[in-house]
Design a binder for this molecule. Structure first.
Ligand code: ADP
Ligand code: MG
Length: 159
C-alpha cells in the first residue's frame, strides 16, 4: 500500500496517465471515495493513456465500453446500483475474461468483490488537495501496482 498527495486536478490526471501505461488485459481497478473526489478524472487519465481522447462520465449510463484500445476498457459507475443482482447483470466477469481492463467507480456498492484487483481510494483533504491511496490484491495486480509505484516514484513523493 502506498499513497500520493496531489494539490491540483492536473497532478491527479498526470498520475492517472502514468498508472494507465501499466494497465494490462483483465486488470480490475476499484475506486472508492466521495462525490467529487476525482474517481472519474482518474479514470479519464487511464483512458487518455490508452489513447481515448474524450471519455464520458458514466454516472447516468452506468457502463461505457471502449473497444478500440489495447487493452479495451470498461468504465462502470455503481453510484445508482446497490443490489448484487444488478451488479451481476453488468457481467463484469465476462469483460475481464475477454481481456477488458475494468475501472469501477463507487465500489463501496459492490459487496461480493473479485479477489484480484487494485484498489484506489481518493480522499478529499481540502478543496484542491487529494490523498490517493493505492493497494493491490492477488499476485497479478500486486505485480502491476509495484511497477506503477516504481514509475511514480521517479516524479512524485510516495508515502
Ligand atoms: P468523482 O468521479 O469522484 O465524483 P470527479 O472526477 O468527477 O469526481 O471530479 C473531481 C473534481 O474535483 C473535479 O472538478 C476536479 O477539478 C476537482 N479537483 C480539485 N482538486 C483536485 C485534485 N487534486 N485531484 C483531483 N480532482 C481535483
Ligand atoms: Mg464520478
Amino acid at each position: 500500500m502506498f499513497s500520493i498527495t496531489t494539490s491540483t486536478p492536473e497532478e491527479t490526471l498526470n498520475i492517472a496517465k502514468c498508472f494507465g501505461k501499466h494497465i494490462e488485459a483483465s486488470t480490475l481497478v476499484l475506486f472508492y471515495g466521495d462525490l467529487g473526489a476525482g474517481k472519474t478524472l482518474f479514470t479519464q487519465g487511464i483512458g487518455n493513456s490508452l489513447g481515448i481522447k474524450r471519455m464520458k462520465s458514466p454516472s447516468f449510463i452506468i457502463a461505457s465500453e471502449y473497444e478500440d484500445t489495447t487493452p479495451p476498457l470498461l468504465h462502470i459507475d455503481l453510484y445508482r446500483i446497490s443490489t448484487q443482482r444488478e451488479i451481476d447483470s453488468l457481467e463484469i466477469d465476462n469483460y475481464l475474461r475477454d481481456g477488458f481492463a475494468v475501472c469501477v467507480e463507487w465500489s463501496e456498492n459492490w459487496k461480493e468483490l473479485p479477489k484480484d484487483h487494485i484498489k484506489i481510494e481518493i480522499k478529499k483533504i481540502s478543496e484542491s488537495t487529494r490523498q490517493i491511496v493505492f493497494s493491490a490484491f492477488g499476485q497479478k495486480h500486486e505485480k502491476i501496482l509495484s511497477n506503477i509505484k516504481e514509475d511514480l516514484a521517479n516524479d512524485y513523493a510516495i508515502n
